[in-house]
Structure formats: C-alpha cells, structure tokens
Design a protein around this ligand. Structure first.
Ligand code: LLP
Length: 423
C-alpha cells in the first residue's frame, strides 16, 4: 500500500474517474450518496454481468453463483439470466432465490448440517442438486424420498491445504465439511448412496477454501477428484468456489477464465473423460469487485500516535477486517486522483475498539468531516454478513446501469429493527 492515488483497477468495470468524482454505471457516486444517504453499497450491473457470463462461458453447464457472497433477489435473477445455477447453503437462501423467481431446477443445495425441513423443501421443489455432506443426511434423504428422486453430488475433502486464512480453508482433512477421500469415508458414502432408491449420484464436489490466489491448489484438488472417480460412471465434477480477488494495491489474481483453464487442463491431464462436465461455484470472484461502499466521514481524531477517521458505518456493514484481518483501500470521493500521503485508521461508529474498517488507510490531507470516503471491492461477504450490532440499520443497496440507479435493498429503519419485539 502506498501513498499514491487509489489503484483504479480495483473499481468496478464501468467506473469513470474524474479529478473531482467517480461515476459507476454512468451515475455519479456523490449524487447517489445524496439521494440514498450513507453508508451505501453501490453495485455495477455491468461488472456483475461480465463476471457471471465469463463463468458461464469458462465452465460447463451447471456452474453456479455461490449466493452466500451476496444475495438479494435482483442478483439471484441476474445470475440466472447469465446462465448460472445458484448455490444456496441454507433454507433461508433457498427461500430467497425461489421467491426471486430462480427455477428450482437451477438451484444447488449445500450445507454441512442441513435440517430435515431444508432437505424436505429441496425435494419438494425439486432442486437441481443436493450436495451431500454427511451420513446423517444420507439417512434423512432415504427416509424423505418416498418414491421421488434426487440428483446429488458428494462433497469430498481432497486433503489439499489451500494458502488462505484458516477460517476459510476447507479442503484439508481436519474440517467439518464433507467426506474424506483419504480415510475411505467418501467411497463408503458413494456406496451407501448407491443403495438408496431414488438417489442418482451425478458426481463429486470439493471446495478447498476461499480467497485463493494461485491455481495450484485447485489443480491438485481436481487431480484428486479425477483419480478418486476414475472407475465411477459420473458425469459431473465440481471444484467449488474460492478464486481470490485483489482488494489492495499490489495484489493480483487469475481471471475466472484463467482459473477454469487451469482446472480443465489439470483434469484432462489426469485423464478425465471429456464428456464429464467440469463445473465450479464462485461467489467472491463474481461479486466482490462489482461494488463499492460509500461512507461519510464524521469525526477525525488526531492523536500523537495516529489519526482516526470515523465513518458512519463500520463492522456491521463490513465485518471482514475484524474477522479475517482483511485489507481494503479507501479514497476520498471528491479527490479520487489525489495523492494520499496521510496514514490513517478508518474506523466505524460501533462501540468497540475492534470496529476497524482499514487498520492502515491512506487519504489526502484535505479529507475531513462531511467528506465521502469510498472503499472498493466490498461486493462479497459485506452485506451478506452485515449485522445490526448496536442496532445500526443495514445500508441500502443500489444497482447502477446505463445512467440509472435502482435500490434493490432499501435501507433498514428503526421500525424494521423493532419488528421482532414481542413482549
Ligand atoms: N462453495 C462452497 C461450498 C463454499 O463454502 C463457498 C464459500 C463457495 C462455494 C464460494 O466461495 P468464494 O468463491 O466466494 O470464495 N466470509 C468469508 C468467505 C467464506 C466462504 C465460505 N464458503 C470472507 O469474507 O472471506
């Protein structure tokens, strides 16, 4: 991280940067902040479409958008329109995508602890795939099917250690997810599923982690899957999600196309039958760079040791810095091309010291109270992990395209926050 202007490559595809402002989708961000207030998530429809279409082209049919990264009706529909399936991990996500009009036969149900109700709902609506994670789930499916049928993938852990934060690492042996290949559990699960009337095992699935910058771990994972299923008559192989994105200056990641090419080449080299569909389910790589968050600066506190710049959001709209120590960039919306010589800590309005958005951010000298500060690359796991901590209403989410802005999620009100009070 330096003291030059913010790297423009972190902004959404349609961003246009002037000396005194930034437009996305042909809409001025400062105007949006006036119209919708702050904090505000602004998603660029062009970026969302480009990434979804890239994923649909790079992998085979069945490639999915991992909706946990950012889910609202509008984005679920956009992913579906872009020929992606939608992956859901809970009954709540399933309900939302169905309400949004995504056909059930384009929905993939995940979960390491699916409830009987979640499984029953999936069978009732007829989802595209259930990704089976554990023995209890196999028994539950056997009881629930009652003459119906379901297509499943078996989630396996290939024993691959991805280089990423331990909380988002999932491919190793010591994990709550899936069946281990090495221990024989995955093979036993496939055999057991073969004995359940109505279950069709279409293939295997592995998700090795998230925010992974190198294709090597994916290549290793897919080789394990090909090897493991060599004698099975499966027609699908899913390498999960996990492709990383750059958040700060100096980071770079493979494109979705490069990722897919690496995975496909590794699979082919390992001898995968070309008729087998190779699919994936990226989340972050589709939505992260599509959005920015616009905050307004309130208090600037100059201490001897450092300067604190407090904005009107914080860990409730972006818990990633607190949870994972994730880094972000920030810039002054009125001076996007200005040098940023001033090292600051950008914090929120929550009542704890841990409420940090940028542990080390850089801003122009002039940035002060009332100015708008933007953090790019906030489209993934920000809003979807947002909370009402300190009873702070969740921000509005706006999608911009062709000079138009439309709110897809309105800002919460205090009435919304009070709606659960029953006594
Ligand atoms: N498939 C499965 C089975 C997953 O568990 C996940 C993410 C994905 C796909 C999508 O992964 P992606 O392409 O988005 O990396 N909250 C964390 C990330 C948690 C990822 C959970 N699973 C963060 O903010 O970094």
């Amino acid at each position: 991280m330096g003291t030059g202007p913010v790297p423009l490559s972190l902004l959404p595809d349609s961003a246009e940067v002037r000396e005194d402002g930034v437009s996305i989708g042909g809409v001025d961000l400062a105007e949006l902040a006036e119209r919708f207030a702050t904090p505000l998530f602004v998603y660029d429809e062009a970026t969302l479409r480009h990434r979804c279409e890239e994923a649909a082209a790079a992998f085979d049919d069945g490639v999915a958008f991992a909706s946990k990264s950012f889910l609202c009706g509008a984005v679920a529909r956009l992913a579906h329109e872009s020929r992606l399936c939608v992956d859901v991990a809970t009954g709540g996500e399933l309900d939302l995508v169905l309400r949004a009009g995504v056909p059930a036969d384009r929905v993939i149900l995940h979960g390491n602890n699916k409830s009987v109700d979640e499984l029953a709902r999936a069978l009732e609506v007829g989802v595209h795939r259930v990704v089976v994670d554990n023995v209890e789930e196999i028994e539950a499916l056997a009881r629930l099917l009652a003459g119906r049928s379901v297509d499943v993938l078996v989630r396996v852990t290939p024993g691959v250690e991805a280089h990423t934060h331990e909380y988002v690492r999932t491919g190793q042996e010591d994990t709550k997810f899936g069946f281990s290949v090495a221990s024989g559990a995955a093979r036993r699960a496939i055999e057991r599923l073969g004995g359940v009337a109505g279950v069709r095992v279409r293939g295997v699935h592995a998700h090795i982690g998230s925010q992974i910058f190198e294709t090597r771990a994916f290549e290793e994972s897919v080789r394990t899957l090909v090897e493991f299923t060599r004698d099975d008559d499966f027609d699908e192989l899913c390498v999960g999600g996990g492709l990383g994105v750059p958040y700060v200056e100096g980071e770079s990641a493979p494109s979705i196309t490069q990722w897919a090419r690496a995975v496909r080449t590794a699979a082919a080299d390992a001898g995968l039958d070309p008729a087998v569909r190779v699919i994936a389910e990226p989340g972050r790589a589709l939505v992260a760079q599509a959005a920015v968050t616009v905050y307004r600066v309130g208090v600037v506190k100059e201490l001897a040791v450092r300067t604190y710049v407090a904005v009107d959001g914080g860990m409730s709209d972006n818990p990633r810095p607190v949870l994972y120590g994730s880094g972000y960039e920030a810039f002054d919306l009125a001076r996007p091309l200005a040098a940023r010589p001033r090292r600051v800590r950008i914090v929120g309005k929550h009542c704890e010291s841990g409420d940090v958005l940028l542990d080390e951010g850089f801003l122009p000298v002039a940035t002060g109270r009332g100015d708008l500060v933007v953090t790019p690359v906030t489209g993934a796991y920000g809003y979807s992990m947002a909370s009402n901590y300190n009873r702070v209403p969740r921000p509005a989410v706006v999608v911009v395209s062709d000079g138009e802005a439309r709110a897809v999620l309105r800002r919460e009100t205090f009435d919304d926050l009070a709606r659960l009070e029953v006594g």
